[in-house]
Design a protein around this ligand. Structure first.
Ligand SMILES: C[S@@+](CC[C@H](N)C(=O)[O-])C[C@H]1O[C@@H](n2cnc3c(N)ncnc32)[C@H](O)[C@@H]1O
Length: 485
């Protein structure tokens, strides 16, 4: 095997840390080198060095990231990994979430981030199958994402060998799998349908977003993932995951990833010898101390029929959309600034900052005060829509998006926002209509073309989807040319 120079390996490890998050300190350069040789073969390079130079010559494409990830990531996982965590989930965390939603929207959203070959997400689906008897009346989303396309394909196939059950009680295999030839165990279709798998690179800032279904999570499992990341990436990912949670939502990492400093913005919950993290209910309302109750008798074993959201996974992130953030109106900051006085806080800017930090309840409070105080400001309403959407309150989100449109009918960004929320609600035709209105107002709105292309493709209208994708590409090329001029 041709060895890469230390200088190149050092540059490469920084490059991988920046783009994929994975941390390769000097002690792990041999692993990095092995992975790069395999990737170079897949890219059909004779020399690993030439492949590295090529990779580092421009921003990585999605395909390059996928190939690198498939040779550099570790795929260690199994059903009910860390049994105590799943006991806590089954006995305490999920029942508590279910109780808190029973009287309301009956919606629960779970995300296995870095879910690998699916054992973690399917384990959660099986827990729901055990503890939620009236599941047909619920809207449960279990999203599992990973950067490695091979792992995702394996997960979607739902077929496992003995190794995936290495510390798993036998009831799980017996109840939820069918044995096939060559000692493979296939997960039951009804459990398989409960989980949606999709690609997501945690090192990128593409989440939280309504558009890839990573917003308004009640529970995120990101276990044995952060431990492979560079320190800066860990901090960024933890901040992003925090923002993906609804107030009171849970983050679970593996016991070896627990850290007081890293998860300082969360409330720490200890029980059963395990540490869990929870986003506070709001700035001033702390999460009540978690009470661990003794085991409950096993409740039900009926066959639920969970309807799983398809997961948008297709529309681009709302954060990238040009929803115009207008200059604050004078009413926010009426006194002139002087050289000797501190500028008065601007409530809208404060609300934006709260939103960006994931402090959604506090952001809503501030924004609603602005609405009451008037005058009508569409950007305040649009931010209210986005904040509600990030809390999973889609009805409110939709209402505010409509109010934003009613206040400013000529803003294409507001129609795009409305379309994204409608799409999330499964109202695809209305979403298409809103996107077409956005294009009517601004025919160069790339994201609206792209979103319409995705919807048309999902609905099997391939010619139409090609037309929209073609438009998006033409506009992007024009944009690139302008940038280069
Ligand atoms: C050791 S597995 C953990 C699987 C599972 N969470 C568990 O605890 O059993 C780590 C997973 O993180 C994924 N991963 C690594 N880097 C990632 C990134 N930048 N974005 C998303 N997933 C990533 C890997 O592909 C791998 O599937």
């Amino acid at each position: 095997m041709e060895h890469l120079s230390e200088i190149l390996l050092s540059r490469l490890s920084d490059f991988i840390a920046n783009h994929i998050g994975l941390y390769f300190p000097e002690a792990r350069w041999r692993d990095l080198e092995r992975g790069i040789h395999a990737a170079a073969r897949e890219f059909e390079f004779d020399s690993a060095e030439a492949c590295v130079q090529w990779l580092m010559s421009a921003p990585l494409t999605r395909l390059q990231i996928e190939v690198l990830a498939s040779h550099l990531t570790v795929g260690e996982t199994y059903f009910l990994r860390d049994r105590k965590t799943f006991t806590a989930l089954e006995e305490e965390i999920l029942p508590q979430l279910i109780r808190s939603r029973r009287g309301g929207e009956r919606q629960l959203r779970i995300w296995s981030a870095g879910g690998c070959t699916g054992e973690e997400a399917y384990s959660i689906a099986m827990l729901f199958d055990r503890i939620l008897p009236d599941v047909a009346n619920w809207h449960v989303t279990i999203l599992a994402t990973d950067i490695n396309p091979r792992f995702l394909r394996h997960a979607a196939g739902g077929s496992y060998n003995h190794w995936s059950f290495r510390d798993t009680p036998s009831w799980m295999k017996e109840r939820y799998f069918q044995e096939r030839k060559s000692s493979r165990f296939e997960i039951l279709p009804r459990i398989k349908r409960m989980v949606t798998f999709s690609y997501l690179n945690l090192a990128e800032d593409s989440y939280p977003s309504l558009t890839n279904n990573t917003n308004a999570m009640d529970l995120i499992l990101c276990r044995n993932v952060l431990m492979y990341f560079a320190p800066d990436t860990v901090r960024k990912v933890v901040g992003n995951l925090y923002r993906c949670l609804v107030d009171g939502g849970w983050l679970i990492v593996s016991p070896t990833e627990v850290s007081h400093t890293l998860f300082g913005q969360f409330v720490t919950i200890n029980f059963c010898g395990m540490t869990f993290y929870r986003k506070a209910q709001s700035l001033d309302l702390q999460v009540p101390t978690f009470e661990f109750r003794p085991f409950l008798p096993e409740t039900k074993l009926e066959t639920p029929n969970i309807e799983v959201e398809p997961g948008l996974g297709t529309l681009p992130p709302m954060s990238e959309v040009g929803i115009p953030g207008r200059a604050p109106s004078p009413s926010d900051n009426s006194k002139p600034e002087t050289s000797y006085s501190q500028p008065e806080p601007n409530p809208y800017t404060e609300a934006v900052s709260l939103y960006e930090q994931g402090q959604y309840s506090a952001a809503v409070q501030k924004l609603e005060e602005l609405v009451i105080r008037g005058p009508n400001r569409p950007e305040v309403m649009a931010l209210l829509a986005r904040t509600h959407a990030n809390q999973g309150k889609l009805t409110e989100a939709q209402e505010w998006s409509e109010k934003a449109i009613a206040t400013d009918k000529l803003n294409p960004g507001f129609y795009y926002l409305r379309a994204t929320i409608l799409h999330e609600q499964g109202r695809t035709d209305e979403a298409s209509l809103a996107l077409k209105k956005a294009l009517y107002l601004d025919q160069n709105f790339v994201l609206a073309h792209f979103a319409l292309g995705n919807i048309a493709r999902q609905q099997g209208r391939h010619k139409e989807s090609e037309k929209y994708f073609g438009n998006a590409l033409t506009l992007l090329k024009r944009f690139c040319r302008r940038q280069m001029d």
